[in-house]
Design a protein around this ligand. Structure first.
Ligand code: LIP
Length: 257
């Protein structure tokens, strides 16, 4: 079973790790095995559906989102955590039809936390309904931001600037290493705001639906509608927090997926 593959490899001290876009952007044989397992299984059931998988794209497949039913898959979100056996890792799976997310699933097999949503039917953690926190002010917010998987100087400066800007304006700042789980934490009320530049469609597709179905809001970091291929995301428990924080943030654009 695919969850067992991740759990066993997670505990192993010897993971087979290689790098992708930078010296700190990792892929393991488990990422590849899990993606293959999921796509093979879904293809058997839905032969006409299309797929966008993190490792497939890394190995040269095109990231093409059409109106056809498309599964967007991150086999292990939080690969750096996985490599270090830090238990904030998950599988992220979304089904999009007409480019709209219909189903979102984020599952942390190490801690057995399963976040799910279907469009219009609410969001759930292990089968129990979840909702975002009632927080509406940045000054009361627990904020998640990330350092990313590049050592590019422009990105490092952006992270430093946004950290410095927010440090004294919110309750606290966290960086947990998994975009999908960060969104799940906003959805379940553990965090109030999360934003990141440089992420990919497979990091955010499931989280987008889960946050919105839990009563939260998801946007592009400049406040426009979320572009699932746009490489940046901001989500929060309320629109008020988004309106307060966006004018403060330093922005960055990445080439689209
Ligand atoms: C990672 C994200 C993390 C982000 C990294 C990377 P991966 O995904 O979830 O939040 O900071 O840039 O995209 O590579 O572990 O699937």
């Amino acid at each position: 079973m695919v969850f067992q593959i991740i759990k066993e490899a997670f505990s192993s001290k010897h993971k087979n790790v290689t790098t992708k876009s930078s010296e700190i952007d990792f892929v393991t044989e488990t990422d590849q095995a899990v993606e293959k397992f999921l796509i093979d299984g879904l293809k058997e059931k839905y032969p006409n559906h299309r797929f966008i998988g993190e490792e497939g794209v890394a190995s040269g497949l095109k990231c093409q989102l059409t109106d056809e039913p498309t599964w967007i898959i991150d086999p292990i979100d939080g690969t750096m955590n996985f490599v270090h056996s830090f238990p904030n890792v998950c599988i992220s799976i979304a089904l999009l039809v007409n480019k709209v997310v219909e189903i979102g699933i984020i599952y942390n097999p190490v801690l057995d936390l399963q976040y799910t949503a279907r469009k219009g039917e609410g969001a759930f953690l292990n089968g129990n309904p979840i909702s975002v926190s009632p927080t509406t002010a940045l000054s009361d917010s627990l904020v998640i931001m990330e350092l990313g998987t590049t050592r590019d100087e422009e990105k490092r400066q952006l992270v430093r600037d946004n950290f410095n800007i927010l440090q004294t304006k919110c309750h606290g700042l966290r960086a947990l290493g998994s975009c999908a789980l960060n969104m799940a934490h906003v959805a379940s009320g553990g965090a109030d705001l999360y934003f990141e530049f440089g992420i990919h469609a497979w990091d955010i597709a499931a989280g987008d639906l889960i946050v919105r179905e839990a009563g939260g809001v998801v946007y592009d970091t400049e406040g426009g509608p979320l572009d699932i291929l746009g490489r940046r995301v901001i989500c929060a428990s309320s629109i008020e927090i988004i309106k307060e924080v966006i004018p403060l943030l330093k922005q960055m654009k990445n080439e689209r997926d």
